[in-house]
Design a protein around this ligand. Structure first.
Ligand SMILES: [Zn+2]
Length: 421
């Protein structure tokens, strides 16, 4: 039995959302951390050009792609004095798994069992995927087993496009002006930095880049990186007696002294962590690279102070060794900025309710484009897309949930139209 859609609107949008997802995922837009320009990879420009053509076809006559790869377009509103809102999705897919030659598979009427994909022995087992188990009766989209799907964030993109297409075809529905924005290089943390907020001209925006249906995020990690650099004294081991100071061994002692309960693998929900993601070392010099995360700025500072104190204590046992700790701010918790604009999250919750959801506010253990955009002055919370298992060959999406997300985007334009004044 096929599961019912959350609304007639969602059912109407479902075929278009699916068709768009299947089209967009076939263009390889994997971003590249070792980039020299924006966008980091040419596939993002190719997908952007396709989107410009489609937006022009919908009648959004100012649709354009800029030299950095950003695609923007305007769907004019029809209610005087309503604010301008933005709908955003990112063009790139994760560099962590192949995004080339994606061959999406559509599974009608999911029966609740194990889905065995044709390549690499990849299986989707509801026993290990609590979010898959309740999707019995849904139409699911998966990979063929050996690539990403790219639902992160092409599901979000398909939903924005389907919502705008629907609104453009229904001028009788009151709507705020919608600015569409597709951004490059979210996965490598670059796109939002170059986004021209002033030219975009929206009062607020929503990324469609979340996961489970009904979820909404106005809170992300606050994030720093901290590199611990230890310099020892390098001497030929044959002449080392009493002279060699081994930085690698000191680094090992720092690693052992870091609290195991303060790691990503030992924390969840609202707990922060110190994550050692790389150690580079010779006897002469060792670098421990970490990222430090929390939801609270003060606790983030405490984690950084703890890391520093442990490194200082270890290195202090060897007076000839030197220590440097380089801390860099990465992105802030968007909550700090969204709290100043409560209407933005309220409107999202209202749109979710109109689609039949009891909104679930879920803090993201990570960042989004909205973390950077909110800090730069464009309040931007995040809405669900219906995609799951991002950044892996097990990535999948529910057509029912994607249709609901597109319907929420349509309703959002209506909610803001009522706020004219
Ligand atoms: Zn994403």
């Amino acid at each position: 039995m096929t599961v019912a859609y959350t609304s007639e609107l969602a059912e109407t949008l479902s075929a278009d959302v699916l068709e768009r997802l299947l089209r967009y995922v076939r263009i390889d837009t994997q971003s590249d951390r070792a980039h020299a320009q924006s966008p980091s990879t040419p596939g993002q420009l190719e997908l952007g050009r396709l989107l410009v053509d489609e937006l022009l076809g919908l009648g959004l006559s100012d649709a354009a792609q800029d030299t950095d790869g950003f695609v923007t377009a305007t769907l004019p509103g029809n209610v005087d004095g309503a604010p301008v809102i933005g709908l955003l999705a990112h063009l790139d897919t994760s560099p962590d798994e192949s995004g080339a030659s994606v061959e999406p598979l559509v599974h009608r009427d999911y029966d609740g069992g194990v889905l065995t994909l044709p390549r690499r022995g990849t299986v989707l087992d509801p026993e290990h995927m609590p979010e898959l188990a309740p999707k019995v009766g849904h139409q699911l989209v998966t990979t063929s087993g050996d690539t990403l799907l790219g639902a992160d964030d092409k599901a979000g993109m398909a939903e924005v496009m389907a919502a705008v297409a629907y609104l453009a075809a229904h001028p009788e529905l009151p709507r705020a002006t919608v600015r569409v924005g597709f951004t490059p290089d979210e996965e490598i943390g670059e796109g939002a930095k170059l986004f021209d907020i002033e030219a975009f001209g929206a009062a607020c925006a929503y990324t469609l880049d979340g996961s489970e249906a009904g979820e909404f995020t106005d809170e992300t990690f606050t994030a720093a990186s901290a590199d611990v650099v230890i310099r020892g004294v390098e001497v030929h081991p044959g002449f080392a007696t009493g002279k060699l100071v081994n930085a690698a061994r000191l680094a090992g002692r720092v690693l052992v002294a870091l609290p195991p309960e303060l790691t990503p693998e030992a924390t969840s929900e609202r707990d922060g962590f110190i994550h050692v993601y790389a150690v580079e070392s010779t006897a002469g010099e060792a670098t421990i690279r970490t990222i430090v995360r929390d939801f609270d700025d003060e606790r983030l500072a405490e984690h950084v102070a703890l890391l520093r104190r442990i490194a200082e204590e270890v290195v202090a046992t060897e007076p000839r060794a030197q220590l440097e700790v380089e801390v860099k701010h990465q992105y802030p918790n968007m909550r700090t900025f969204l709290d100043q604009h409560p209407g933005v999250s309220d409107a999202a919750e209202e749109a979710l309710r109109r689609e039949g959801f009891e909104p679930k506010r879920v803090p993201i253990r990570g960042g989004t484009d909205g973390s950077i955009l909110s800090a730069r002055g464009l309040p931007t919370p995040n809405l669900f897309t219906g995609g799951h298992e991002f950044h892996s060959v097990r990535e999948w999406a529910s057509v029912q949930d994607m249709a609901s997300a597109a319907a929420v985007a349509v309703r959002l334009a209506g909610v803001w139209a009522e706020r004219a004044g």
